[in-house]
Design a protein around this ligand. Sequence first.
Ligand SMILES: [Cu+2]
Length: 126
Amino acid sequence: MSPNNKHNIATRLCLLAALALPMPLYAHAIMVRSAPEQNATLTESPKQIDVWFNDKVGSEYKALAVIDSKGKRVDNKDVEQESFDESHLYATVPTLAPDTYTVRYRVVSIDTHIVTGKFQFTIKAP
Ligand SMILES: [Cu+2]
């Protein structure tokens, strides 16, 4: 079994444990909120993208990218973690044209697992 497979199984077991326990001691990070919200339709560009997790996440290996419908990365590559709320990451964006954008994120959970995910939002001309 490759180390990769072992990691995947460990991640699944962890996810099951997280679902089974109401308050896991070492949480597997799950995104619980974002701004813009998942699948939101906006009439003007946001100034930044925010994501919040169910627990604080590691300060290393954090990543947040905004990608337009053609696959081009458009954010300012300046992801930050809020110092007084370590569950909160944000990155700024330039003024975005009407399009559907995909936000991709990667963080390290307190339980040391790497968590990745994505969501979309749309900007429509007013
Ligand atoms: Cu985990």
